[in-house]
Design a protein around this ligand. Sequence first.
Ligand SMILES: O=C(O)CCC(=O)C(=O)O
Ligand SMILES: [Fe+2]
Length: 371
Amino acid sequence: MRRYVGRADTCIGTRRNSEPKEEHDMTETISSTHSDSGPAGVTTGAVPPAKSIPFTQVPLVDFQGFRDGTDADKKRVAAEIGKALNDVGFFYLVNHGIPAGDVADVFGAARGFFTQPAGRKDAVSSENTSNHRGYFPMGGENVDPAHTRDLKEGFDIGFEGPLAQEAAGKGGLRGLNQWPDDPPGFRPALERYYEHTVALGRDLCRAFALALDMEEDTFDREIEHSESRMRLLSYPPQPGGPKDSRAFGAGAHTDCGCLTILAQDAIGGLSARNSAGDWIAVDPIENALICNVGDIMEQWSGGRFASTVHRVINDSDRIRYSVALFFNPNLDVVVDSFKSLTGAKSAGGKSTTEEYLGCCFSETRSACQLP
Ligand SMILES: O=C(O)CCC(=O)C(=O)O
Ligand SMILES: [Fe+2]
C-alpha cells in the first residue's frame, strides 16, 4: 500500500507535497497486482511500475493518430502516453483538437477578469458558495505548508448538469457556478473551453486505459458524470525570483484528480520534480497543452502512472496566466486501485471522489490521503 510523506495543505484539484513523496517505489502495490491478473485483461507485468527515474525533460505526444487514426495508430499513441506517464507523469500534447481561437478567448477572459478592481472580483467570491466555485484572491490558498500562501489568484467553475439547481447550497461539491457580469464574453469563453477540455479528458482516459493494456472503455463509466473543475490562474511577477524563498506562485504539490490539462501563456515558471529532487522546467510550447496525472489516476493505475510533484514560480516581470482543467471521476466513485478496473488486488479504497476532492479543496487538508 502506498503512503505519502508530509501533510496535505492544498487547494482545488491539487494536493501539496513539500516533502519528497515516496518516490514511486511501488514494490508493494505492484507485487500485489502481479499476484493477480484481472478479468478485465491485464496481463501480469505488461506495464511496469512508475519509475523512480531522474527525468530531464517532458515528452511531447502528437494526439492526431489517436483522434483519427487506425487501431494501430491509437495503440501507438497510447503507448507513448503510457511511457510518458510511467517515466515522468507529465507530457506535452499537440494536435489535441482544441481550436487555438478558443484557447486565446479563455486567456482573454482571464486577463479581462483578473485586471478588474478587487471589489468586482469579490462580487463572485468563492466564499459565497459551499462548493468552491468562483473567485479566490491572492494568498487565498496554500498548497505547500512549508511555504507562505500562494502568490496567485484564481477563478473556478465546475460541472453543473441537470441536477445543479437542486444541489445548490446543499453542502456537496455539486451546484451552480458563479458568473461575473464583466468582462463581456467571459461565460461563453469559459463554457466552450470547459466542454473542449472535458471531451479531451475523456479521450485521454481512453488512451490511458489502452496504455494500461485494458479495454479502451474501461474508465468510461467512472467518468460518465465527470465532476471536472476548470480554474483560471493569475500569478503576479516576482522579477529576479522570490525575495522570500518560501513565497512561490504555487508551492510544491500533486494534483488530486484523474488528470490535469493545462494551458499556459508564454511566460513559463512551471516545473516538475524528478526522483533526484531536481526541478525540471515545463516551459511553454506554442499550441501544446500540458497533461499530467493526478492522485486518483495514480491510484487507479496501481502506481504505474506517476502523480508527479510540481510548482510554479513566476520570476518574470509580467503577470503569468494559466488555465487548468482538473478532470475528475463521477463524485460517487470509490477511489481504489485497480480492483474494479482490473480485478487485481485492492489498495483498500474507502474514499469516494467527492470525499477525496472535498478534502483536497478544504482548508484542513492534512488528512487528504488515498490508501
Ligand atoms: O499554473 C500552472 O502552471 C500550474 C498550476 C497547478 O499546478 C495547479 O493549479 O494545480
Ligand atoms: Fe497542479
